[in-house]
Ligand binder design. Structure first.
Ligand code: ALL
Length: 339
């Protein structure tokens, strides 16, 4: 090797290393002789796009319903190559916490949010703030109150969820059909601040009204909470010991009512229905403690919510309302599911 080659060889090796490392899949040389003495790096590839950041704002992961929703959302994340930020707070009714979460996401500058509001009215101002900051919004599972949303100018937000009136009606009608009539029944509502709770109460009333001889003697809220449902059941049965059926607006509350019925030895004579079809509720149906529940596919809701957020970011116009089918889950339907 000549002396001059020995001197330039390390330099050549360095240059070729740079060229190989950066030119994956690119035929063009990356290091080009430049005007003057300096070499210039030319990037011929597309600029690497940073993935869109989409937040899923739910209520609480203490309810398995939202764990399933999160699973669906991650499926969308993997398919779309976006970055998903999942945010939840401690308690379903702690709305200040959910407001603070959205405020923080605005500061963090996320591109879009799929929001399950814990409170259908109180979340509206902060979500409007997010929209005004240019963040694309999708409403999942629990609707914003339409009137309040309109007052705040939060219009045109696509909604993904189920027809809760329909789901509750099916469950209540099925429950009524299993009773020896005439019979007294009760309704345990979710948090009245949630639009879905009103819809389910309305659906349950419609379902019970459809069967002659069914008398709704009590409607109480237990705020989606197991212990509050146990206490509400205690109050109802104290006052109306002949109640034979209880419709509950979610499974967690149905489990609370069942707890009370077992403690008080009434579980053989009272039928209970829930809503959500969480694993614990399916198990309770199999063991004969729960009559039925409603599957509202939270995984599909989470998946679709995130996917819609990405489609909004891509400039698409989406339908105002997208409904996922509800399905009644009973001992018979679980039997059919068996392989
Ligand atoms: C509703 C959901 C579920 C859940 C409830 C509790 O929005 O649809 O039924 O159980 O929230 O937060």
């Amino acid at each position: 090797m000549s002396a001059s080659l020995r001197l330039v060889l390390p330099l050549l090796l360095t240059l070729s290393a740079v060229s190989c490392k950066s030119s994956e899949g690119n035929q063009e040389p990356l290091i080009m002789p430049a005007e003057g003495a300096r070499a210039k790096i030319v990037d011929k590839g597309e600029p690497a796009e940073t993935p869109k950041r989409i937040a899923l704002v739910m209520k609480t992961l203490t309810n398995p319903f939202f764990v399933s929703m999160e699973r669906g959302a991650h499926r969308a994340e993997n398919e779309l190559g976006i970055e998903l930020l999942v945010r939840t707070h401690g308690d379903e009714t702690a709305i200040e916490q959910q407001i603070a979460i959205v405020k923080k996401l605005i500061r963090e500058g996320v591109d879009a949010m799929a929001v399950v509001p814990g409170n259908s009215t109180e979340m509206i101002p902060v979500v409007k703030e997010a929209q005004s900051a240019g963040i694309a919004i999708v409403n999942v599972d629990n609707r914003f109150d339409p009137e309040t949303a309109h007052e705040w100018g939060l219009d045109g937000i696509p909604f993904v969820g189920v027809n809760n009136v329909e789901g509750a009606r099916i469950a209540a009608e099925y429950l009524a059909g299993q009773l020896t009539l005439p019979a007294q029944v009760a309704i345990i509502e979710g948090d009245p601040a949630a639009y879905s709770s009103h819809e389910r109460k309305q659906g349950a009333l419609e379902g019970f009204a459809a069967v002659a001889g069914v008398d709704v003697v009590a409607v109480e809220t237990a705020h989606w909470n197991i212990e509050k449902a146990r206490e509400a059941a205690a109050r109802i049965f104290e006052k109306f010991p002949d109640v034979r059926g209880v419709f509950c607006a979610n499974d967690i509350m149905a489990l609370g009512v069942i707890r009370f019925l077992e403690e008080s030895g009434k579980h053989q004579s009272v039928l209970v229905t829930g809503y959500d079809a969480i694993e614990e509720a399916r198990a309770a149906i199999r063991s004969g403690k729960l009559l039925a529940t409603v599957d509202q596919r939270p995984d599909v809701q989470g998946y679709t919510g995130v996917k819609f957020a990405a489609r909004l970011l891509a400039g698409e116009t989406l339908p105002r309302e997208t409904y996922i089918d509800v399905e009644l889950v009973t001992a018979a339907s679980l039997e059919e599911e068996k392989p």
